[in-house]
Design a protein around this ligand. Structure first.
Ligand code: FEO
Length: 388
């Protein structure tokens, strides 16, 4: 296993998780990487580690450059175990001093037996000198854990951004000019929607602060996937837009169905949006995973959610989607609840309540008994159309 050079004396020494297909519920069909970075200076410094089962791969890549026992400093930008999982073995194998945020120290102490670890907390605005270089730290609480921070290297103008700007892509290519940009941006979008979207206000604050600091950035080195060096403007533009919850004139219709009646309503809604020249996509939860559907939530202005009533409730697939949506979605969207029913008919009200709790403006509810008749459905849709 070889280290990959970012620039003189700075190397990627992470692990490639080719087999990863599910990251705590988020489908990752392209796998992922856990990116660790090695800086050779008077104080040999490692930024972040890898998931525990890729420890040997990380050590092999470090050993391609230097004896891992010569690591003096380790910077832990984030406690989550996909980046800290290599620490227990590494802290035992080296005499390294560990630098992290105050919340990072708290988190690491809660995750690992740190009695023998030499941990020092950093302060934002107080650089750490490692020889010819300084490391600067920017605290980014709740993007997306309390402990998160970024590490900036002014000499080479590299921002080690940890989860921010990452994507779940396993590849031997390390840079954004080595793979098709549309694939990298699509994976960055899926990553943002599934991991970061619920913290958009914090992302916006970080971006505003970084803009005020006027950092020169020639490389963004995240902790997952591809390193940005040729398309930094593109990923920053997207993050700025996503963090402001900017939407497109677009509708997303998400539903599940028992005997096809709720599906009929879904397709009638599709026709309505098409007639209004609003781009629309329709996702049946029986065939689309919630982590794929949530990516489409990110830029949609209208979110329509449909379920028939089963045993006085919405379908479990729809309840699962709504739970995921409520945890992640920004508030500035318009919602429509819909569904068919046979007798009790609670599902549409239940869906509308969750959309309302999520902070959406619920425009209307489309509730139809048994199989929606052509005329009654079209009357309902025409009435709804006037409200859009
Ligand atoms: Fe990639 Fe929040 O861990």
């Amino acid at each position: 296993m070889k280290a990959k050079k970012l620039t003189d004396n700075i190397y990627w020494v992470g692990g490639i998780d080719w087999d990863l297909d599910n990251f705590h519920g988020y489908l990752t069909p392209r796998g992922s990487t856990y990116n660790a970075y090695l800086i050779i200076d008077e104080k040999v410094t490692l930024i972040d580690t890898v998931k525990h089962y890729l420890y040997d791969e990380m050590i092999a890549r470090i050993s391609d450059v230097i004896d891992p026992q010569k690591i003096d400093y380790i910077v832990s930008n984030h406690v989550e175990m996909d980046h800290s999982g290599g620490l227990p073995k590494l802290m035992k194998a080296s005499k390294a001093q560990l630098f992290t945020s105050p919340k990072g120290k708290e988190g690491l102490e809660a995750h690992y037996d740190t009695d023998q670890w030499n941990i020092e907390t950093i302060k934002a605005g107080e650089p750490l000198n490692i020889g010819e270089r300084n490391l600067e730290f920017i605290l980014t609480p709740m993007v997306h854990w309390p402990d998160n921070m970024l590490t900036y290297l002014p000499q080479e103008k590299i921002l080690f951004s940890n989860d921010a700007f990452g994507q779940h892509i396993a590849s031997s290519e390390r840079f954004d000019d080595m793979l098709p940009l549309d694939i990298i941006l699509e994976e960055a979008k899926r990553y943002y929607a599934n991991i970061v979207m619920g913290y958009s206000s914090q992302v916006k604050r970080v971006l505003d602060n970084v803009a005020k600091m006027d950092l020169a950035i020639e490389m963004i080195a995240p902790s997952h996937g591809i390193i940005w060096r040729s398309n930094i403007g593109a990923i920053l533009k997207n993050y700025t837009s996503w963090s402001k919850n900017e939407t497109k004139n677009r509708a997303l219709i998400v539903y599940d169905t028992m005997w096809g009646s709720t599906k009929k309503i879904a397709y009638a809604l599709q026709g309505m949006f098409e007639s209004l020249d609003i781009e629309v996509s329709v996702k049946n939860l029986d065939t689309h995973h919630i982590s794929d559907v949530i990516t489409e939530v990110l830029e949609a202005k209208y979110i329509c959610v449909g379920s028939p009533t089963l045993n006085n409730n919405m379908l479990p697939t729809v309840a699962s989607f709504l739970t995921y949506l409520k945890g992640l979605s920004p508030e500035n969207k318009k919602g429509i609840a819909f569904g068919s029913y046979g007798w009790s008919g609670q599902s549409v009200g239940q869906v509308a309540d969750v959309l309302d709790d999520t902070g959406y403006e619920v425009i209307d509810r489309v509730k139809m008994k048994y199989i929606p008749g052509k005329e009654s459905l079209s009357n309902k849709i025409n009435k709804l159309k006037e409200e859009i």
